[in-house]
Design a protein around this ligand. Structure first.
Ligand code: NDP
Ligand SMILES: O=CC(=O)O
Length: 324
């Protein structure tokens, strides 16, 4: 059996596949495959290990219906048309759970960095702008005891909430479509409406998946309802916020700060006004980028492929979202 990988894969997953007798071809060029190139490579392989690149759409799948699985090296599956895959009988899998801590760490890091303007001060020193210190200069705001609002209290949102409660005694409110009873019991989290989340959060951290329902949900209307002292964190998907509206809200002081691991669009271009704002911190989508987590993700992606080749139940299918 042969797998085509759209990126170079972390070693542990690669070894797992090779030990199972799977031949792995890795795309080593530092650019995305064109749709034509991807189809051409997949024609000659039995599974696709998708670790980044252009959207996997219906047109691709119609050419590659022979694939036994499209195994994603990510938990998010917004880059695949899962509806089309399901209709065409193509299994799609992801890597949930193992990246929750690493990604929550990035959301936590961004929250602190924004609250104390850390990235901005770092840049001042690089630019020889240490300046003259006074008791009223360089002030941030404190996190201790404040209210953390989580939009999407699932695997990652839970870890973020736990970190914030343990470290800073933050009060946790959340907005999900369903109740998260474990979080209510363990973290005394309180479910609120989306409006309530906007109005009550001192820090509002986004951890939903990107869907038609969540797309650009953080727009002018939403930012207008937030506190002028609020910090907005997005370590989920850039498409969940409208970046023009975010820039305007920050410029006009309608919210206080923003920490982004994901931008809309990606990559963020140099010269983006957000990069010059003292209360903004931006990272290049590195939520799960640790040695430990990427190896764990690669092992899960490999296990999904091996199960598909052996005709066993897939450990982490995502197609079922369309039959719910
Ligand atoms: N920055 C990075 O590098 C990374 C980003 N991510 C992103 O984080 C996302 C979340 O991952 P993970 O925590 O593992 O996923 P989970 O599925 O565990 O959590 C997602 C949560 O979002 C909630 N949700 C979904 N839709 C809505 C909605 N319309 N309104 C309110 N809540 C909603 C779900 O609850 P309910 O169904 O009850 O509404 C669920 O609790 C991924 O989809 C991915 O896009 C993931 C890893 C790394
Ligand atoms: O963005 C990363 C993911 O796993 O989803």
């Amino acid at each position: 059996m042969k797998v085509f990988a759209t990126r170079v894969i972390p070693e542990e997953g690669l070894k797992l596949l090779q030990r199972a007798g799977v031949i792995v071809t890795q795309w080593t060029e530092l650019r995305d495959l064109t749709p034509e190139e991807l189809i051409a490579h997949c024609k000659d392989h039995d599974a696709l290990l998708y670790a980044g690149g252009r959207k996997i759409d219906r047109a691709f799948m119609e050419h590659c219906r022979h694939l036994k699985v499209i195994s994603l090296l990510s938990v998010g599956y917004d880059n695949v048309d899962v509806k089309a895959a399901t209709e065409l009988g193509l299994p799609v899998t992801n890597t949930p759970g193992v990246l929750s801590s690493a990604t929550a760490d990035i959301a936590f890091l961004l929250m602190l960095a924004v609250s104390r303007k850390a990235f901005y001060h770092h840049k001042r020193i690089i630019n020889d702008e240490w300046g003259f210190s006074t008791p009223t200069a360089n002030l941030g705001i404190e996190i201790e005891g404040k209210t953390l609002g989580i939009w999407g209290l699932g695997n990652i949102g839970y870890v973020m909430a736990k970190r914030c409660r343990d470290a800073f005694g933050m009060k946790i409110i959340y907005c999900n479509r369903e109740r998260n009873e474990a979080a209510e019991k363990e973290l005394q989290a309180v479910q609120v409406s989306f409006e309530g989340l906007l109005q009550q959060s001192d820090v509002l951290s986004v951890h939903t998946s990107l869907t038609a329902e969540t797309k650009e949900k953080f727009n002018k209307e939403a930012f207008d309802k937030m506190k002028p002292t609020a910090i907005f964190i997005n370590a989920a998907r850039g498409g969940i916020h409208n970046e023009t509206d975010l820039i305007a809200a920050l410029q006009q002081g309608r919210i206080w700060g923003a920490g982004l691991d994901v931008t809309n669009p990606e990559p963020m271009q140099p010269g983006n006004p957000l990069l010059d704002m003292p209360t903004v911190a931006v990272l290049p989508h590195i939520g799960s980028a640790t040695v430990e987590t990427r190896n764990a993700m690669s092992r899960i992606a490999a296990q999904n492929i091996i199960a598909a080749f052996e005709g066993k139940p897939l450990p982490n299918p995502v197609n079922h979202i369309y039959s719910l």
